[in-house]
Design a protein around this ligand. Structure first.
Ligand SMILES: [Zn+2]
Length: 339
């Protein structure tokens, strides 16, 4: 990406092993993330460009001398951050704070929207998949690299519990995965705040019990009506705008929790005074997707959850610029790249 709206597919030097802890992965599936749309709209022009993409599945083509957990030929999924799996934060299940980890496309590391990736810290980062390369479950397994793990993280941060009431702010891929996560954690009422007909329809399929398409104060009023005037126990904030946070705090009931996973587009959390007097917990951040892959994968493999349904467009690598445009114009919920 060379700047806002300027995505190009270019030939670059081949990815290769540099460190003994690296693996070389040939990408078979990747995708475009809602968070890629922030730079797509705002990035200043760059002479060198930025490598894009942080969600991928691929085949291990080579490994460094220290790699033990994956071998050549394995089909693997990578979470959206790489991590060593051994430091204090990895042991605490917070791999996004790994002392030696980092993010794809930065600091000389390849992005996932490409033919191959040098994966640092392969032992801590990659997870083998027990299916064939063209398995029908691939879209759902790919969602474990980010959106499904992020929806699950929002649900945990919002303390979703059996029988509880939940609201999900945002009907993008993460919000829809948040609905899946809330249902999986046995919430009784799941209110999805969204207005795109195709998205809310999928949200209903995933387990949303109510849809609120109003915005702002009207949305807050509607959620309160649906919850006996109280608001919900758990709010999953999956957008990151000031307005979505105002809404999230406005629909949390006293003692409730907001789990925010939308990358904040402002420095301050709004309306915190009311949240303080209502004892509302505000938690969340980048999901340690790596921590959740093994936990969520069995539910994908047995068909209990189908997060791959958020992919409603499949493109080839040469069409990635068009994929960004389609997601930015809300023509597609989430775009998968099939290499
Ligand atoms: Zn670590």
């Amino acid at each position: 990406m060379y700047g806002a709206g300027d995505v190009r597919v270019e030939n670059v030097p081949d990815a290769q092993i540099k460190e003994p802890s690296d693996a070389l992965v040939r990408v078979t599936r990747a995708c475009i993330c809602g968070s890629d749309l922030w730079p797509y709209n705002q990035m200043e022009h760059s002479e060198t460009g930025a490598r894009m993409g942080h969600e991928f599945i691929g085949i291990v083509e080579a490994i460094g001398g220290d790699v033990r957990t994956v071998k050549t030929g394995d089909i693997v999924v990578a979470p959206f951050a790489y991590s060593d799996g051994t430091c204090v934060f990895c042991h605490e299940g917070l791999q996004t704070s790994c002392l030696h980890g980092g993010f794809w496309g930065r600091d000389g590391v390849d992005g996932g929207q490409g033919e191959a990736v040098r994966v640092p810290l392969a032992d801590g980062t990659l997870v083998g998949l027990p299916v064939g390369q063209d398995d029908a479950l691939m879209p759902s397994l790919l969602s474990l690299s980010d959106v499904m793990g992020t929806g699950h993280h929002a649900a945990l941060a919002a303390r979703v519990r059996p029988g509880g009431t939940v609201a999900v702010v945002g009907d993008g891929a993460v919000g829809l995965c948040g609905v899946i996560a809330a249902k999986r954690l046995a919430a009784e009422q799941i209110i999805l705040l969204g207005r795109h007909p195709d998205r809310v329809a999928l949200g209903r399929d995933f387990g949303a019990t109510d849809i609120v398409s109003e915005r702002g104060d009207e949305a807050i009023e509607r959620v309160r009506e649906l919850t006996g005037g109280f608001g919900v126990h758990s709010v999953l904030e999956c957008v990151g705008h000031t307005q979505s946070m105002v809404t999230a705090l406005g629909i949390a009931r006293p003692g409730g929790a907001v789990g925010r996973v939308g990358v904040p587009q402002q420095e301050e959390i709004p309306t915190t005074s009311a949240a303080f007097f209502d004892n509302i917990t505000i938690a969340g951040g980048p999901a340690p997707a790596r921590a959740y892959i093994e936990e969520l994968m069995p539910d994908v493999l047995d068909g209990t959850i189908e997060p791959g349904r958020v992919f409603d467009r499949v493109i080839g690598l040469e069409d990635v610029p068009e994929g960004y445009r389609a997601m930015d114009d809300r023509e597609a919920i989430k775009v998968m790249i099939d290499l």
